[in-house]
Design a protein around this ligand. Structure first.
Ligand code: GAP
Length: 519
């Protein structure tokens, strides 16, 4: 069996760029920071992820309908939602380097580099010393030095969260000073005051007066809330029901790093589920489990996914969690599931003066529904899938010698190209003619690629790097008996099948229904 090697985040980023999955925006001008473009293979993978999400929501649930709201909305929407007053990050500048940082990120980075790293080192040392008998959970729960370090982390986070939640920015600055945090660029501790910086981008409307200030939406959810009545009155839905939407969102992130993990322009896939007040906890649990199932169906190992309950809740939420994925740089938020109570609809009701209520025939009364939200970044999901799929193993070359192979083990249903059609040699016109014929027949059913350049072994490698689950090879025998070989990406096993079976076999194996049936 082929040996797998460890891969780094840098490998994944380079692969995305090299293979045409993702490019930096405006690259020929030096590149716009934290904004990215999707290339020929990236757009196919991204569309497949979106399609999987959309089908799992709108197609699979009779009581979920879709929406595509505009990016621009009445600015009063953002006042009502709280984004104008409170959608901000705490910033601090270093006076010597003139570099700007998110205060909470500086503190979190301190924890990571000064304390957590020591814990990880101790764990690695103990694991080496005790070998198979090592019980990590027990070690973390009982080792005195680790407990002291963990206590210190908890104290720091507690103080930071209390200060941030109460708006005590002076204490956030004091914490930076108490921890003796230095600017990574200048090395000095010469910090400005900490202040809040609103993350919304704004622009001017047609009239170009200050009253015409328009915001680029920082989340898609508000487009759903303000259309609650429209959808209710036109879709014949009854509570409980949901509205799903995929669309662009914009945030002026100060710390934009880790490639497409944190971007200034990104895409969200959000679903707001409207329920009877009092039933939100039940649906929160339901959606929490449903969303984890959605991730697991893609073949991601359960070890790489976990729930993280929010310790401190936003003022409008009565429960909230993240689904975290183990990115190459650690477990980080991939998706949020939030029980947002009736806060959003009530806020829009108050600011718009329109009643946003539902008449419940079973109860014979009207109420403002509560909302359970699932919210995932499409780009972040893309990065999770690329990080999960990118592997280096070994494969025999034409002489049977094991050579390193880069392979993207994407689930076939989301792979950009489903099937490559390869004549064994380019020179043989009978083979290329037959291969073209096959390509022209099967291209109606799924995304295919015809490739005749280079030796067939190199072409297999190229398809492995793109994550193509199947390669069809047309050889001498094809001309004699109308059969081809079909090669499977992960096992590299080849089978001989008849030309007439190709379309059916590949269609069945790459069918998105295979994912949906697991939900
Ligand atoms: N409506 C709720 C909401 O927007 P959020 O936790 O701010 O909640 C939801 O965002 C998801 O959107 C995150 O879990 C993440 O996947 C994605 N996301 C948020 N900010 C992002 C950014 N700057 N770049 C890429 N994805 C982002």
């Amino acid at each position: 069996m082929a040996k797998e090697q460890n891969t780094s985040f840098q490998d994944v980023v380079s692969h995305c760029k090299k293979l045409g999955f993702i490019y930096q925006s405006s690259e020929i001008y030096g590149g716009l920071s934290a904004v990215y473009d999707y290339g020929p293979y990236g757009i196919l993978l991204k569309n497949n992820i979106k399609q999987y999400w959309w089908k799992s929501m709108v197609q699979m649930n009779e009581n979920i309908v879709g929406l595509d709201a505009a990016i621009f909305m009445d600015p009063k929407v953002w006042k009502a939602s709280g984004h104008v007053d409170a959608f901000s990050d705490p910033l601090v500048d270093n006076k010597d380097s003139n570099k700007r940082y998110r205060a909470d990120t500086l503190i979190e980075d301190y924890i990571e580099s000064k304390i957590q790293k020591k814990i990880d080192k101790d764990v690695a040392k103990a694991a080496k010393k005790f070998g198979e008998a090592f019980d990590k959970a027990e070690f973390l729960a009982t080792n005195g030095r680790i407990l002291d370090r963990q206590k210190k982390i908890d104290e720091i986070l507690n103080r930071m969260n209390t200060a941030l939640n109460s708006g005590d920015l002076t204490d956030v600055r004091q914490l930076i000073i108490d921890l003796d945090i230095a600017c990574p660029v200048s090395g000095s501790r010469n910090w400005t005051e900490v202040r809040q910086f609103n993350l919304m981008f704004s622009t001017q409307g047609g009239g170009a007066t200050s009253d015409d200030k328009l915001y680029l939406r920082p989340e898609t959810a508000q487009g759903i809330f303000v259309n609650f009545l429209n959808v209710l009155n036109t879709s014949r839905q009854k509570i409980p029901f949901g509205i799903a939407q995929i669309g662009k969102a914009f945030r002026n992130e100060i710390v934009a790093r880790q490639f497409i993990f944190r971007m200034r322009e990104f895409e969200q896939m959000e679903m707001q589920f409207f329920v009877r007040p009092g039933q939100q906890q039940e649906f929160y649990q339901k959606w929490k489990e449903a969303r984890m199932k959605w991730h697991l169906a893609l073949g991601t190992s359960p070890d790489k996914l976990r729930f993280h309950d929010h310790e401190t809740l936003a003022h409008y939420a009565d429960a909230a969690l993240d689904i975290e994925f183990q990115f190459p740089f650690g477990f980080k938020e991939l998706e949020g599931v939030h029980s947002r109570t009736d806060f959003d609809l009530k806020a829009h009701q108050e600011h718009s003066g329109k009643k946003l209520q539902y008449f419940d025939p079973e109860l014979d009364e009207s109420y403002v529904p509560c909302v359970v939200e699932t919210s995932i970044g499409c780009d972040r999901m893309f990065l999770a899938m690329m990080s999960n799929a990118y592997q280096i193993d070994e494969a025999p070359d034409s002489k049977g010698v094991l050579k390193e192979r880069v392979v993207l083990r994407l689930h076939p249903a989301i792979a950009p190209i489903k099937c490559a059609v390869l004549p064994l040699v380019k020179k043989d016109e009978a083979l290329t003619k037959k291969a073209r014929e096959i390509f022209d027949t099967i291209k109606y059913s799924f995304e295919c690629q015809y490739d005749e350049k280079d030796a067939v072994g190199r072409r297999y490698r190229r398809q492995d790097e793109l994550g193509t689950p199947y390669c069809i090879t047309i050889d001498e025998q094809t001309i004699e008996d109308n059969t081809v070989t079909i090669r499977e990406r992960d096992s590299m096993k080849q089978e001989r099948i008849s030309v007439s079976e190709i379309e059916k076999i590949v269609s069945e194996r790459v069918d998105m229904r295979n994912l949906l049936k697991q939900l």
